[in-house]
Design a protein around this ligand. Sequence first.
Ligand SMILES: [Zn+2]
Length: 198
Amino acid sequence: MNPIRLLGKMTAKGLLIDGAGFGSGPVAIRPVDVAGALGMGRLPLEAALVGRAKFCDDNQAQLDLAVWVRDEFQRRCDRNGWKKDYCEGLAQLCVFELVHPMRCSHCVGRGSVWQQKPVKRASGKLKAVESSWVECDRCKGSGQAKLTVRSKAAVAGIGKSQFADAWQERSDDVMKLLWSLEEKVLRHLYHQFADEAA
Ligand SMILES: [Zn+2]
């Protein structure tokens, strides 16, 4: 299987994993099975927290993850000589962004839009209307919208201009770390359930 094609989506029933290799398309996995699979193998503790917080609707894991992210911010502040006043709020923001991503309003979270295109004859007369799903260009197929700077600053409890000047980039860097952990989780789950299916 090609892990690059791996895509995980939260649904009301659990996690939908869509990747090549399961044979018949996407499989839906219940939160309880996700939690079980996260405990198997050797997933780093913080990755398991990301998985439980995001895919198992596990409130305690969300709190524990916020503590881990706060400590990560504190380490970065120590290293760079930044003010440490906002680590708690920034951790809230990052966990919120990870667990409750906003849906793209253009494609309502689908990641693709139904497009209809008229096909004309050489004479200029309408021949047919072709329709197909195409990747949403607003969200580049992710189905997710970004929070505005104003909302991010409000969630983090930092003034808007101060957030924009100093903390937005730093919090985006921590988000990259969390998303890489999420990807690790999805690969881990993929292997766990693919092995089971085999
Ligand atoms: Zn979109």
